[in-house]
Design a protein around this ligand. Sequence first.
Ligand code: PNW
Length: 489
Amino acid sequence: MTGINRRQLGMGLGAAALGAALGGRGAGAQNLPATAPGAAGGAADALAFPADFLWGCATAAYQIEGGVKEDGRGETNWDVFSHTPGKTTDGGTGDIACGSYHRYEEDIALLKALGAKAYRFSVAWSRIFPEGRGKPNQKGLDYYNRLIDGLLAAGIQPHMTLFHWDLPTSLKGGWQSRDTAYAFADYAGYMAGKVSDRVKHIMTVNELRCFTDLSYMTGGKAPGLKLPMDQVNQIRHHGVLAHGLGVQAIRAGARADTEVGIADNATIFVPAIETSEHIEATKKAMREENAMFLTAIMEGHYLDSYLTAQGANAPKVKAGDMKAIGSALDFVSLNIYTPNFVRAADTPTGYEILPHLANSPRMASPWLYVGPEALYWGVRTVSELWQPKKIYISENGCSADDPVAKDGKVYDADRVMYLRNYLTHLQRAAREGYPVEGYFLWSLMDNFEWEDGYTKLFGIHHVDFKTLKRTPKLSADWYRELIRTNRLV
Ligand code: PNW
């Protein structure tokens, strides 16, 4: 194994204790809450996370803020899309959402009550540059300054994402235009200059696959297009280019101690059987299947296999693009929800991705197949393939049915089950010494779930969308206890 061992000391686990812990729990152990008497805080606590592990929650601007016409905010692709009949379930829009533009202090109070050490939020580009570029809007910046200062006053680290899908419509052509990547870099550099005295973690973009493929190829997300593959590949290229130019601009504009990374939803692969043969196949799948996104960013080039497979549809790349795209990162953040099981196979690629089946377990969103091992293997494969200095889980969580009980509370034991199992596998990654530094639960509260409107809820706080009142669910009580003890509960 590469890149391990550094963490073991921090956790007080000597080699003997580690061996015992691994032997005792087994590699694929799931759902084993701590019951060992006296284990908590002990020198050899097999269920503990590293002492300085960063526990947080995540949200995104368009999903929570509302206030879409306030203080000079410009129009975005999601304003247009959500107001187009038939595009979102029940016609849901982000016009009001959780009202966080006005209630951000309540959100900070929720985080504080949880004991969260960090908050991942995104900046609405069109509040800062209403037309995507050009003249900045001070009132928009003021909002994020208030949020950042409020977080710091509460002892919570701000982790800021610059683009979480809400693209100013003034940028003609959206991600079809190469110019959008340059506009993003200008905006990224501007924001870094304004907030890096206080924000020490900046992510460029959120989930490349979602704002390229799912927006311009399959069309479920804004702007809802179904373009041919040559255009899709070019859009993907503009996405990774925006990230790379953004990294360069942030480094130029930010203080030296501000760390830069990306929040990507690389497709995650899990060996069907944990043997060297299937593990190798899994790593191959990880590298090949993410060739147009994370692999290009981590390696600074497109794999020949990707370019060959795309043939005449391959992206047009200009001089200097790949160097920017491959800019060194301080950390890699992964949004991980679902696994894809892989076996070694006698195929040209050497692997086979096993399909999800009708009865494969899932949560409330049809795409949300359950596979807690994804957290371990996501961290491990990224770590072994590319040796990033630090890894964060920038999103993990699930939708659930969430009925409100007679006493007004949501008892979401299914979400607790999901989270406990996933974190068991993240704890394994930390225990084995992979450089995972923190975890952001998606989401702090119920919010606008894109094309699903308000019909799929991911929050650990219930939001009454009539009154905007936030109420902790059972999962929030559970997460508070996990953060308090810093171990699996
Ligand atoms: C992420 N999929 O989206 C986003 O970053 C969040 O904004 C979103 O609310 C959250 O996950 C829950 O959906 C995804 O189809 C959307 O595999 C779709 C997929 C994955 C992530």
